[in-house]
Design a protein around this ligand. Structure first.
Ligand SMILES: [Zn+2]
Length: 176
């Protein structure tokens, strides 16, 4: 395992040893909460290595509940609701409907959008993922991990690899 806690400037005491989850290492701005209607954007952001929680996955929809969740979990709120974005510290307003336009808006707002070398978050549920060892059983839909590097979500069990969907996302990001 690589130790990503080295050299990123975080204090020794502040390092969360119990959550060896790369995307959280000293990078609070990579923790986001996506409002309803932004579920597709959340999946892209997860593939870019963001810890992108989605409101509906947490069963929250009301403004106060969203603000509380963002505050409690130290997440920046990304929303299409202007007033809500203004109320949330560091809130980000998304103005447009199409996901590639939304990605453009985020990039313009300073978000780094490129595919992570290795998946860090599950695109489906935002759970942390681990590499699958060669020889470990995988579901029928997945390739043999001995031939193709695969990752498995700790939370929902979904197995991922860099297949055609990965290429599609890379193309979308390159074309922004
Ligand atoms: Zn998952």
């Amino acid at each position: 395992m690589q130790d990503r806690t080295k050299g990123d400037g975080t204090g020794r005491d502040g390092t969360k040893r119990d959550r060896p989850d790369r995307s959280e290492a000293g990078s609070a701005s990579r923790r986001l909460l996506l409002d309803v209607m932004l579920g597709k954007l959340a999946r892209y952001l997860r593939m870019c290595g963001y810890d992108a929680a989605y409101a509906l996955d947490h069963g929250v929809e009301a403004d106060e509940a969203l603000l509380a969740l963002a505050r409690d979990e130290g997440r920046r709120l990304v929303t299409r609701d202007r007033q809500l974005a203004e109320r949330a510290p560091g809130g980000v307003r998304i103005d447009v409907r199409a996901v590639d336009d939304q990605l453009r808006e985020l990039r313009a707002a300073g978000f780094e959008l490129s595919l992570a070398d290795d998946p860090a978050r599950c695109g489906r549920c935002n759970g942390p993922v681990d590499p699958v060892e060669a020889g470990e059983p995988v579901p029928d839909y997945a390739p043999d991990p001995a031939d193709t590097p695969c990752h498995r979500c700790r939370d929902c069990g979904q197995v991922f690899w860099k297949g055609s969907h990965w290429d599609d996302v890379r193309e979308t990001l390159a074309g922004l």
